[in-house]
Design a protein around this ligand. Structure first.
Ligand code: ATP
Length: 595
């Protein structure tokens, strides 16, 4: 397939600010794509070469990329750097330089998607001393055959700056429409995606063998399963109510760390984050102990990695784990910031999918597998069976005493449902300083420039909740407090990388902002109340005609949720149910007052 077809589609997608139009462009691109490369096109659409869990990055240093533009064009490095300073993007720089040089040679080879993909793949896989030179030659030769428009996207792929912001669910919608003509088939595709985390494979199976074959995708070792999630409850009473007719439930400590999915084979352990990225390199100590101590040929476990104080063995807060998120100096970080892994689930064991076992059966299996373990680095999360509210309160007190953020309560008969957030698991957190029951995880979609002390940074951030039905982000608040100077500086830097020229097509907001961002960065925000709002679009018309929902006294908690994708942010449904629960609580208070 000619690369120019992809370029045409990408240009159209960049221009649109409508989610529907974005999907339409995607559908027509997918229909045009030969089935043998559809997986590759699906990865490229999201600016990737492989699914995230492969953990392979393109990695071309900026200096080298500038040399690569210089090579085929003959334009000197200084001139290229000057253009780069103006455009701020090496894709745009390459296009501008190529344009100023006129079209490429008459005999240039036509560039195909296959060729671009294979070259990028080679670049990603090259390593070692000589690799830089080889990478330079590869990019140079691709650019020498490319048009200005093509070179723009080639460089964007290489530098990781393609900002189409097409989420997984938009791709699933488009795949369902393109190959079955029926959008509701996206649910079948989603199930397959939940267990494989690989949109490319799902797309290829669908395009070559039809929707029936997609249902046959199974849990596989080294491919992360999308995690099962919990609903929030406010009180032990509500937790018990949610356990349905069961007279008892499993209560576990809710630890404040990073969720990790552990895939152990005969001679390799891989760790995956909540957002399905390979994070094995951050926790070599965890992989080591699991490899040595967990007796299973093949197993997929879930647990929470938590930082601890090596002297006192006390749990430390989530932020401590950030020290492990580095490329270099891991050995030192392992010693300086020790962690333990607390196992709470098992999804696969020696060739068998265990997700259809009940919670009780899975818990028993973990206990069997880890029975001989005396190692303090691998633990099974503290658990007890609760039969009434008193039991929950007692367990909660013990959890808090042990430095946990609360408890998880799980239905004894529940199976493991990949990717689902439902009441089979509920989380009950300790009292927050804010008045609403929980903090919210919100996506930054826009910003206003700062004034006074904040000149040169952002003064307020526009944040949004996720509407999973429409795969859109709807504004819920402007947040301007809770930021330290360091936060502001760091956020400014990361936000710069997600900046787009106009409101992103997946963002729904009625406000004017100074800058807009691709929905990518998730931050934790507390608030005193959820109120009706004529200006924010989250939950629009759901409570009152022409009103959405907004946060009163929103405050950044200091936590950037790097473990969450934008689609993992608080959803519109959650916001609405938090609002309803808050109103119910206020009513109860008022009746009490009047009695
Ligand atoms: P929160 O924002 O409340 O930390 P979340 O939005 O990250 O939660 P939820 O599914 O709502 O995700 O809450 C469950 C999370 O709590 C899990 O993803 C996991 O990281 C963590 N956790 C800690 N202890 C447990 C446990 N015993 N069982 C399951 N999850 C646990």
């Amino acid at each position: 397939m000619d690369f120019s077809i992809l370029v045409d589609a990408f240009e159209e997608m960049e221009q649109t600010s409508s989610r529907l139009a974005l999907t339409d462009h995607l559908v027509s691109l997918l229909r045009k794509t030969p089935t043998n490369i559809i997986d590759r096109v699906v990865y490229l659409i999201q600016g990737k070469l492989y699914p995230d869990y492969e953990g392979i990055e393109l990695g071309l240093a900026q200096k080298l990329a500038i040399q690569a533009i210089s090579l085929p064009t003959g334009v000197d490095i200084n001139t290229i750097e000057e253009v780069y300073r103006k455009t701020g993007d090496l894709g745009d720089t390459a296009a501008e330089i190529m344009k100023s040089k006129g079209q490429t040679t008459l005999f240039a080879e036509k560039i195909t998607v296959e060729r671009v993909y294979l070259t990028l793949d080679k670049i990603a896989r090259l390593s070692g001393k000589r690799s830089q030179e080889a990478k330079l030659r590869l990019v140079g030769s691709l650019l020498s055959d490319a048009t200005a428009r093509e070179s723009r996207y080639i460089m964007k792929f290489i530098m990781g700056t393609l900002r189409l912001g097409i989420g997984d669910y938009t791709v699933l919608d488009a795949l369902a429409l393109a190959f079955t003509g029926n959008k509701s088939n996206k649910y079948t595709l989603e199930v397959a995606y939940n267990v494989s985390s690989d949109l490319g494979t799902v797309a290829k199976l669908l395009a070559t063998s039809g929707i029936g074959s997609v249902t046959k995708i199974r849990i596989t070792l080294y491919k992360p399963v999308r995690p099962m999630l919990a609903e929030r409850v406010r009180t032990p009473e509500e937790a018990m109510e949610r356990m349905l007719k069961d007279k008892s439930a499993g209560a576990e400590f809710k630890l404040d760390g990073e969720r990790v999915q552990i895939h152990k084979g005969k001679d390799r352990v891989d760790l995956f984050s909540r957002r399905l990225e390979k994070i094995t390199a951050h926790y070599p100590d965890v992989s080591d102990v699991v490899q040595k101590l967990v007796e299973a040929n093949e197993i997929i476990l879930e647990g929470e990695v938590v930082a601890i104080n090596a002297q006192t063995d006390e749990y430390l807060p989530f932020q401590e784990l950030m020290h492990r998120r580095r490329k270099y100096g891991i050995k030192e970080a392992v010693e300086e910031y020790p962690v333990v892994i607390n196992l709470f689930d098992v999804l696969y064991f020696n060739g068998e999918d265990k997700t259809s076992l009940t919670y009780l059966q899975r818990r028993k299996l973990i206990e069997q597998i880890t029975a001989g373990l005396k190692n303090q680095k691998v633990r099974v999360v503290s658990q007890c069976i609760v039969k009434n509210i008193k039991d929950i309160e007692k367990f909660m007190a013990s959890a808090i005493e042990h430095g946990c953020e609360g408890v998880m309560i799980k239905q004894l008969a529940s199976t493991y449902r990949a990717g689902a957030r439902e009441f089979a698991w509920v989380k009950l957190k300790r009292e927050y300083k804010s008045d609403i029951a929980d903090t919210l995880d919100l996506v930054i979609v826009g910003a206003l420039y700062g004034r006074g002390r904040r000149v040169g940074k952002y003064g307020a951030l526009l944040v949004a909740v996720y509407d999973s039905k429409a795969d859109m982000f709807r504004s819920v608040s402007k947040v301007g407090t809770g930021f330290t100077d360091l936060h502001l500086e760091q956020l400014y830097k990361s936000l710069e990388e997600t900046r787009v020229s106009h409101k992103h097509p997946r963002v729904n907001a009625g406000m004017q902002m100074d800058v807009w961002f691709e929905p990518e960065i998730v931050i934790e925000v507390s608030a005193s109340e959820i109120t009706l709002s004529p200006s924010h679009t989250a939950g629009m018309n759901s409570i009152r005609e022409k009103y959405g929902l907004a946060l009163r006294f929103p405050k950044f908690t200091g936590k950037v949720r790097i473990d969450k994708k934008p689609e993992d942010a608080t959803t519109v449904e959650e916001l609405i149910s938090m609002y309803k629960r808050q109103m119910k609580a206020i009513k109860v208070e008022e009746t009490k007052k009047h009695q």
